[in-house]
Design a protein around this ligand. Structure first.
Ligand SMILES: CC(C)(COP(=O)(O)OP(=O)(O)OC[C@H]1O[C@@H](n2cnc3c(N)ncnc32)[C@H](O)[C@@H]1OP(=O)(O)O)[C@@H](O)C(=O)NCCC(=O)NCCS
Length: 177
């Protein structure tokens, strides 16, 4: 399962890329805006454990973002299987060396379209720290709508309490921005 764009392609992870994944994902500038389940420091063993789960998912939920043949980051879905079934949490990150080139926007757009069409999901939701302006912008460029400001919802890694945004994109035409 490969989803190709102009700037990047999404492909399944490989179990043997744990050292590279740990190096890229280990940057504080990445971890600071991810949920606390994203470890920091990010050890090779953390990467191995995460990859073991990611590569066993059928269908593929978590994709490596590859740029010019190099691992650059990740984009993934966490589908819900409870009363929210048909929906998924949506997320992505890129190593800082790859920022500012429209790569996350393309990767997020490719994954959202895959999720809403081929996977048939109804709703994709993303929770964003309000200060993460780059990510909010990526979501808006990909047709996600800001549904809520989540006041004092999150605690940043340095202990700062901050607001969050809830963004979502729907499959139905009514969900179009
Ligand atoms: C968020 C992230 C994925 C963006 O990656 P990227 O490839 O640099 O994003 P793009 O280049 O596609 O687009 C970024 C957009 O944000 C804008 N932007 C960047 N920094 C900004 C800032 N401080 N304030 C406002 N806008 C900003 C850019 O100008 C661009 O918008 P434009 O195309 O309208 O000019 C990357 O910064 C990252 O991995 N951050 C850490 C992890 C993370 O935040 N993941 C998402 C969790 S919800």
């Amino acid at each position: 399962m490969i989803i190709a764009g102009e700037r990047c392609r999404l492909r399944p992870y490989s179990i043997d890329e744990a050292p590279l994944l740990a190096r890229l994902a280990g940057e504080f500038e990445v971890a600071r805006w991810m949920t606390a389940t994203f470890p920091h420091p990010y050890r090779v063993d953390d990467a191995r454990a995460w990859l073991a789960r990611a590569v066993s998912d059928v269908p593929v939920n978590h994709f490596a973002i590859e740029v010019d043949g190099r691992l650059a980051g990740g984009a993934g879905l966490t589908p819900h299987d409870d009363e929210r079934r048909g929906g998924a949490e949506f997320g992505y990150w890129l190593g800082p060396a790859f920022w500012g080139r429209g790569i996350a926007t393309e990767a997020a757009r490719l994954l959202a379209e895959h999720a809403l069409t081929r996977r048939g999901l109804r709703r994709l939701a993303a929770h964003v720290f309000a200060r993460n302006l780059a990510s909010a912008r990526v979501l808006e460029k990909c047709g996600f709508v800001r549904e809520a400001v989540l006041r004092e919802a999150f605690v940043e890694r340095d202990g700062t309490v901050s607001d969050g945004f809830l963004y979502a994109r729907l499959r139905s035409p009514a969900g179009a921005p």
